[in-house]
Design a protein around this ligand. Sequence first.
Ligand SMILES: NC(=O)c1ccc[n+]([C@@H]2O[C@H](COP(=O)([O-])OP(=O)(O)OC[C@H]3O[C@@H](n4cnc5c(N)ncnc54)[C@H](O)[C@@H]3O)[C@@H](O)[C@H]2O)c1
Ligand SMILES: O=C(O)[C@H](O)COP(=O)(O)O
Length: 525
Amino acid sequence: MPKVLVSDKLSPTAVEIFRERGITADVKTGLTPEELIAIIGEYDGLAIRSATKVTKAVLAAASNLKVIGRAGIGVDNVDVPAATQSGVVVMNTPYGNAITTAEHAIAMMFAQARQIPQANASTHAGKWEKSKFMGVELSGKVLGIIGCGNIGSIVAERAIGLRMRVIAYDPFLSPERATDLGVEKVDLDDLIQRADIITLHTPLTDKTRGILNADAIARMKKGVRIVNCARGGLVDEAALKAALESGHVAGAALDVFAEEPARDNPLFGMDTVVCTPHLGASTSEAQENVALQVAEQISDFLLTGAVTNALNTAAVSAEDAPRLRPYMKLCAQLGSFAGQITESGLKSVHIEYQGDVAGLNTRPLTSVVLQGLLSPLLDSVNMVNAQVIARDRDVEVKETKSESCRNYHSLIRLEVTTERQTRSVEGSLFGDALPRVVRINDIPVEAELAPDMLYTINEDKPGFIGRLGSTIGDAGLNIASFHLGRASVGGQAICLVQVDSAVSPEVLATLCGLPHVLMAKALRF
Ligand SMILES: NC(=O)c1ccc[n+]([C@@H]2O[C@H](COP(=O)([O-])OP(=O)(O)OC[C@H]3O[C@@H](n4cnc5c(N)ncnc54)[C@H](O)[C@@H]3O)[C@@H](O)[C@H]2O)c1
Ligand SMILES: O=C(O)[C@H](O)COP(=O)(O)O
């Protein structure tokens, strides 16, 4: 039974779902990095929010970990490249808390414009400082949205409802989408100079870190207000403090901070700053959504192989997973066959999907082919990291699809080019679920790939089969099945023999020395 660790505070719905699906779920929140490292090896899955830091060291200790599920959006607390290298799928729940976070940004904008937290504290203290808390209207103001994805778009819709004029900077926002949303697409400089209020909704990346730095702040309108409900590192806090002190920036509303938990921050204690402790996603509705989604996604992956909302591998829907399963097995075998007979550096891989299989989601199939191909050559290759490993090693991967297919309902052809030669292997499913190799190097053959196989390339000459059979028999190996193919009478031929136990190096050496044998290999599947 798979085991999942829930290491951040999630709605109890998550644990209920894990248990209903037959998964053991341990809830252990507030762990130190050392405590997490000490126990993570026991778990197949990890469910987190933003508090747990999944570092290289955690991943190195996570010997059984297959999936990390982030109940929320941002995964900057997960070392995704290291997870990919370790073959761990990283998933998030990209929509579950978007409305809630957009509402928080709007609430922060109002709180800032009308100094509601400050007025609240003053009124509770019995001061009745009516003239002190003069605010500004939002209606008619220019709202500049940096990052107009899920949350930014919802903020835009709400702000338009408030009669604000919305401009947006997002390199990936299409003009059509901008028109549909009713926002003006602008460049960053334009936004910075025109906005009365700027709200941030991008992830924290190398490109967005410090997007509002001292230079950007200096180019803003005097009296601008800044709202950040995305990630702390997007705004240079020291520069913001200086601009608030000088009055160039009239106010800021911040839900996120460069260092979290933020217990001591240069902006704390300033009258012009409204702060909340990373509450953007904290509504009962959003937490219910993300807990339910993450538990279902993790369970589906661990129990069926379905991949939803993964950041580092191809998606496999719950509907596709059972349809892909027999092809996955075939692809793994074709890849492994090619990998086991590859001896020089790989240059390119071409995978052709023909017939029915071409209509399926073939990205996971390609990953599995690469996993099978690279595994005999490299350690720790899996479906998640196979494409990255191929790319890092400059192996060109090409995928083509064609709906037509001669003789089979589906055919998968794998062509591998190394420094020395090009080889191909083709396979199909018999009876919809049984993988069979149907051609090797364009020579027809029909074979099931079993755990122990012997593969030879030989000359098609009389006496060869007898000598091969007696050598195998003399070695005490039982032959389970025997498959032959040849390019032409007396030409190059191939032979795939299924044996009941492993072929030893000594037997292989004897086989290589037999007349007419050009190559012999022991293969394992
Ligand atoms: N405060 C919270 O509790 C809370 C809650 C949810 C999400 N978030 C944060 O909000 C961020 C946005 O979430 P989302 O769901 O809208 O994500 P999203 O991926 O839907 O949208 C992000 C947008 O940023 C854009 N973008 C990327 N790089 C950019 C750049 N250099 N300049 C301008 N735009 C750029 C992308 O094109 C995308 O449209 C998340 O990454 C997360 O960090 C915070
Ligand atoms: O990226 C997110 O989803 C938010 O930052 C929410 O983080 P949290 O789950 O820790 O509240």
